[in-house]
Each structure stands twice: as structure tokens, then as C-alpha cells.
Design a protein around this ligand. Sequence first.
Ligand code: HMG
Ligand code: MG
Length: 297
Amino acid sequence: TLPKKVTIIEVGPRDGLQNEKLFVPTEIKKQFISALRNAGLKEMELTSFVSPKWVPQMGDAAEIVADSLDEETRNIVLAPNRKGIDRVYSTNCQAVAVFVGVSNTFNQKNINKSTVDSMTELKPIIKELKEKNYFVRACISTAFYCPYEGKIEEEEALKLCREFVETGADELSVADTIGMAAPHEAYSLFSKIKEEFKETLITAHFHDTRKLGLANILASLQAGVNRFDTSAGGLGGCPFAPGASGNTATEDVVYMLERMGIDTGIDLQKLVDAIEIVRPHISREITSGYFSLHSQT
Ligand code: HMG
Ligand code: MG
């Protein structure tokens, strides 16, 4: 049986914008975040405290967080390392996402370390965050396929999930970074994850590169997942994963779920209004079905 209610974690301000080459003005990012909240999004990745040399678009992370924290929202920021965590500590943010690739080659390209070395650095950080009462989200990249290594074995992905859960992570966000998973693979891996990690929030993060995002979400729902990372307008992609394109569009996911009688708490018209705020500042067309039909411009 499918859930009656699903939680959408909006990743547009972070995953959605990080791959945009032209700098989106900080003021526009803040308006976007505020409009997304107004549409009913209660959990959101606001930005990331990564190296501004690697990802210039996220160089205004401190300014974003200074103005955009909100009591009623889980305000998540990404941090890749100790330096990132120290930057988080100088803000009032209470939820941190760390990220590691199952694929060693991808992890090396993304954060300049092997997967094993990343985990060695992150484990004490996660424990420290938990002692300080932070919410810790662990993003597991390339859980299905890697642009460099190809197919990833389920057991490898499960092993990394296990390490995070044993270290104290509150949530696993398991990602198909380059949008290559097919529904039977989503169903299979998420069934195993839901079976093994009963006390951990389990979230699915699909990129829509091959337009299988909605099908993968349906398959994951059938495997018991009730939390999904999506991006308004279907923006997104990791700059260090060749071939990656946007996340599954929030508006298309919300439309599908609401049509299925599954409550998301999100107002689709207000979501369209939020996308209109960033649209003039991004370099690509917004091609999601719902936005294309309902945009006024
Ligand atoms: P590095 O060059 O190995 O870092 O990069 P380093 O430790 O040698 O430091 C080099 C310089 O960077 C130093 O400055 C540091 O202070 C600075 P300098 O002395 O040269 O002036 N530095 C930092 N500055 C600000 N914030 C920091 C930070 N760390 C070091 N946190 C590093 C290593 C991890 C920093 C780099 O590789 C990096 O920033 N990578 C981030 C890549 C990224 O943002 N990827 C996208 C997010 S993940 C994703 O999209 C996947 C996801 O959506 C799920 C999915 O779809 O798969 C989550
Ligand atoms: Mg992503």
C-alpha cells in the first residue's frame, strides 16, 4: 500500500543552482527560497559550504543562511569537510548534509578524496554534530551508476549507508546522480534500504537525465519510500558528474502524487510563481510538464 502523505525535500536552491554557470544574484536566491517556503516546502537545501573555487555559485552561502533561516522549515546546508563544518558553526543553521560517493572515482572528482578517506574525515564530524544536536543528513551519490565506473553493486551502496547509520546519521538521501537507474533497480535497492534501516529517514534523490525520474519515484513509493528530493523547475546537476542534468521537477512530482491522492502540502500555483523568480537568471529552458502548461510568461 502506498503512503497517504509524502515529504518533499526541495533541493532547488542548492542542487538546482550549483550547476548554473552564470552567478544568480544572492537577492534572487533569497526570494526564490522564500517563495518556495510560501508554496509549502518544509524541508529545503538552502546552499552549500563548499569551496567557492570549486563551485563559485555557492560562494554566497553565508549571506544566504544569514537571511534565510526559518523556524518552520528544516533548513539544510551542505558541507564537504571540516572547513565547511566550521563555516556552518558560524551560522544558526541546525541541519547539515554531508555527501560521499559510493564510487571512489566520482568521490575523488567531486571532493578530491577517496571514499574511504572521506568517511574517515566525516565520521568524527558526524558524531560531533550529533553531540551538538544537529540534524545530520547523509547524501549517498552514485548509488546506482557512476559516470566513471559504470554500474554500482547494491552491496557497495548498502555498505556505505550502513556506515552512515552506524555513525549516527538521521537521514540517508540515496542518489541516482546521473539519472541512469531504471525503476526495477530503484525498487530493488530501496526495498533493501527500507528493510535494513528502519529507524533512519530514507529519502530518494533522482536526477531526471533520461526522464525516468517519475517512474523511479513511483517504484520507490512501492518499495516504501515516502521522502523525495526534488528541484523546482527540474533544475540541477552536479558539476563533477559529466552527463548529469536536473533533478526530477518538484512540480511534476507534486502533480503526480496529488493526482494519486497522496498529500504533499504543496501549492502548485505558488510553486510556479517561485520558479518564475529564478527563470530569468538561469541559462536553460524549464521543460517540466506542469510549469510549461501553467507559466504565464
Ligand atoms: P581541495 O582543493 O582538495 O581542498 O578541495 P583543500 O582542503 O586542499 O583546500 C584548498 C582551498 O580551499 C583552501 O583555500 C581551503 O581553505 C579552501 P586556500 O588556502 O587555497 O585559499 N576550502 C574551502 N573553502 C570554503 N569552504 C570549504 C573549503 N574547503 C576547503 N568547505 C573540497 C576539497 C571538498 C573543498 C572541494 O573539492 C569542494 O568544494 N568540492 C565540492 C564539490 C561540490 O560542491 N559538488 C556538488 C555537491 S554534491 C552533489 O551535487 C551530489 C548530490 O546532489 C547527490 C547526487 O545527486 O549524487 C548531493
Ligand atoms: Mg544531486
